[in-house]
Design a protein around this ligand. Sequence first.
Ligand SMILES: Nc1ncnc2c1ncn2[C@@H]1O[C@H](COP(=O)(O)OP(=O)(O)OP(=O)(O)O)[C@@H](O)[C@H]1O
Length: 250
Amino acid sequence: MPAVRIQGLTRTYQADGEPVHALAGVDADFPRGTFTAIMGPSGSGKSTLLQTAAGLDRPTAGHVWIGDTELSRLSETKLTELRRGRIGFVFQAFNLIGALTVEDNIRLPLRLAGTRPDPAWLAQVIERVGLTNRLRHRPSALSGGQQQRVAIARALASRPEVIFCDEPTGALDTTTAAEVLALLRAVVDEQGQTVVMVTHDPVAASYADRVIVLADGRIVHDMPQPGAARIAEHLAALGHRRVATEGATR
Ligand SMILES: Nc1ncnc2c1ncn2[C@@H]1O[C@H](COP(=O)(O)OP(=O)(O)OP(=O)(O)O)[C@@H](O)[C@H]1O
């Protein structure tokens, strides 16, 4: 069973009385222990795919499974429980709570879910992200890369079945971004996690095992990660104007 399965995923918005087909029937499986990058031009449906797959938004039609649980059958309460316990999120803007220490930020999803932390797992996560000496600090005392590592530790705290990342390196410089991507790669390789990451950056996508490219709400490429240079070519062929080619040699 894949960690995530989406079938016929469709999301239509109304804008000025006109339908906008953000997702026009997308099928994909995300096997456990894999790292997938979702790419595509601006407006192609990447964020909508992530939001609907993660149960943050309801599709207009189609289905999402997290493990064996089909989301459309869940009440809002059950969906919230599932998001807290079985899904991790990492966003471009980190979304840490400034008034809480690093440690309390990491533990927050567990507190919200009312689950008892597994101390051995938490210690392992904190060590893996290199934050052992920072636990008493506030997020504002940390660099951007460190803050994103806190967000990754927070996403891992509940030992989720999948981690959804929306532009996790969008706010970071190249070196810090590389550290964060290496960390995501490591949690897949060492802990068997499943990561689904939206990114505009072919270099970021080159850390994934697989690249899915969307255009107009449909999958137009689904390929084993071919390297940043080839990814950039695929995007350029779609008329993508914001391709980061700098350093695209990986
Ligand atoms: N709340 C909304 N109301 C109306 N239209 C929307 C809404 N959210 C998204 N859309 C439209 O749906 C389409 C897909 O948007 P989405 O944000 O998923 O694209 P994206 O690929 O993530 O884009 P970007 O790379 O610019 O973030 C776009 O045409 C967008 O304008």
